[in-house]
Design a binder for this molecule. Structure first.
Ligand code: 5AD
Ligand code: SF4
Length: 440
């Protein structure tokens, strides 16, 4: 049987990357194998993200690139999924005549059927309905052979309604996967040689609430920690308001749980946090960080910050910088606020002008770069445990792995180290990676 070729272009977060993996897995049964080149593809899928600005423009320019391919290859099917698809639905088909398929965040599992419909009728299809349960979160996407780490979706959607965020409108209500299904998936991954799992969800800390049967996130962490072969557990993303003491305790008691956490703070000013509907104060946040560091002294803390949220004064912004000084994040993702249609923040007064937002972001990023470099510098001379993932991006002569605190380390070593944990002494620190020498 000739295999048809699938090319996926993914924008956005790890959730989207994992959705794309699941999509590829699902399409295997329809005879599709993946290709890295759009030119060779029989099916192109653009997996979109609309959480921040310019997402739609990006999608249009990406799709523009495929127009000539469609002309040259009439049987080529081009589809769009993810948040922009969810938001725009049929409008995308109207705007882009060479597009065949639009499917929303809850419709991934229907893709084989939709493709076959397009193939048979030659007519474009848009499917963006929402369902109570999302069957696609149960698709097991085995990572490529030899992969050391894998994603596992544990919940989808979000009920938090932060004032700036479109996710609850586009990904739907919070829904946790069944406890035993998750454990079964992790066991299968471990049996395929996976050493590290990253548990995914918009707000993993609230795992279990929608199940109503008493299973909680900390219980899940403890249970995964017992699975043989799983050496490292990570999770993303967490909400500070749901970071309970029993989750923090897992950093003490679950050996496989890595010492790193992504804990978005968004702002250091209580007035801004309240308007954002975050439901914690900067003091609560600092308390979380203090407790995390008590439980795991070397824990790496990363975060998200938005500057220029409506009503953010210069003093508010200064409070964010003060919080950064107090916490000293290992890494930070920072953004200018961009208005998303349909969110609560649209109605708020006190829009910050674009030049001011830009200035705030540049200054904040300069401060963070100093902190990141200082943090990385403290590792020079220390010996760390590195789980080897593959060859280095810069040169295939070097190997690349991560510390338990999620920092990238490049070092000279053999390819057969992939999947092994080695001890490496750090000799040089950069902003985005470390250089080391293997000891073992
Ligand atoms: N504007 C700017 N940043 C945003 N984020 C989410 N929505 C917006 C928006 N409207 C950021 C938040 C979130 C991260 C994933 O994206 O910081 O934590
Ligand atoms: Fe968006 Fe807030 Fe939910 Fe995160 S917790 S997905 S920022 S609404």
């Amino acid at each position: 049987m000739t295999t048809k070729k699938l090319f996926i272009r993914t924008f956005g977060c790890q959730m989207n990357v994992h959705d794309s993996e699941q999509l590829a897995e699902l399409l295997k049964s329809s005879g599709y194998g993946t290709t890295g080149s759009a030119k060779d593809a029989d099916l192109i899928v653009v997996n979109t993200c609309s959480i921040r600005d310019k997402a739609e423009q990006k999608v249009y320019s990406e799709l523009g690139r495929y127009r000539h391919l469609r002309k040259a290859k009439p049987h080529l099917i081009i589809g769009v999924c993810g948040c922009v698809a969810q938001q725009q639905g049929e409008r995308l088909l109207e705007k882009i005549p060479w597009l065949d398929l639009v499917f929303g965040t809850h419709n991934i599992h229907r893709l084989p059927e939709l493709i076959s419909r397009v193939g048979k009728t030659g007519r474009p299809v848009a499917e963006t309905g929402f369902r109570e349960t999302v069957p696609s979160i149960g698709i097991l996407a085995l990572p490529e052979k030899g992969s050391v780490s894998a994603f596992v979706t544990i919940m989808q959607g979000c009920d938090n309604y932060c004032a700036f965020c479109v996710v609850p409108y586009l990904r739907g209500r919070e829904e946790s996967r069944k406890f035993h299904d998750i454990l079964a998936e992790v066991r299968t991954l471990a049996a395929h040689g996976v050493k590290e799992v990253t548990l995914l969800g918009q707000n993993v800390n609230s795992y279990g609430k929608s199940l109503g049967n008493g299973h909680s996130f900390s219980e899940l962490l403890r249970a995964i920690g017992e699975i043989e072969g799983i050496e490292r557990i990570r999770f993303t993303t967490s909400h500070p308001k749901d970071l309970t003491d029993d989750i923090i305790d897992c950093f003490r008691n679950v050996k496989a749980l890595c010492g790193s956490i992504h804990l978005p703070v968004q702002s250091g000013a209580d007035a801004v946090l309240a308007r954002m509907n975050r439901r914690y104060t900067s003091a609560d946040y600092l308390d979380c960080v203090r407790k995390l560091r008590e439980a795991c002294p070397d824990i790496a803390v990363s975060s998200d910050i938005i500057v220029g949220f409506p009503g953010e004064t210069d003093q508010d912004y200064q409070k964010t910088l003060d919080l950064m000084e107090k916490v000293r994040f290992d890494t930070l993702f920072s953004f200018q606020y961009s208005e998303r249609k349909g969110t609560a923040a649209v109605g708020l007064d006190g829009k910050v002008n674009p030049d001011e937002k830009r200035r705030r972001l540049i200054d904040l990023q300069a401060l963070q770069d100093r902190h990141t470099q200082e943090k990385n510098d403290t590792l020079v001379g220390r010996t760390v445990e590195v789980l080897v993932e593959g060859t280095s991006r810069k040169t295939s002569r070097d190997m690349m792995g991560r510390t338990r605190t999620n920092k990238i380390v490049n070092f000279t070593g053999d390819r057969d180290l992939v999947g092994k944990t080695v001890r490496v002494r750090i000799v040089e620190a950069f902003l985005h990676s470390l250089r080391g020498e293997m000891l073992d």
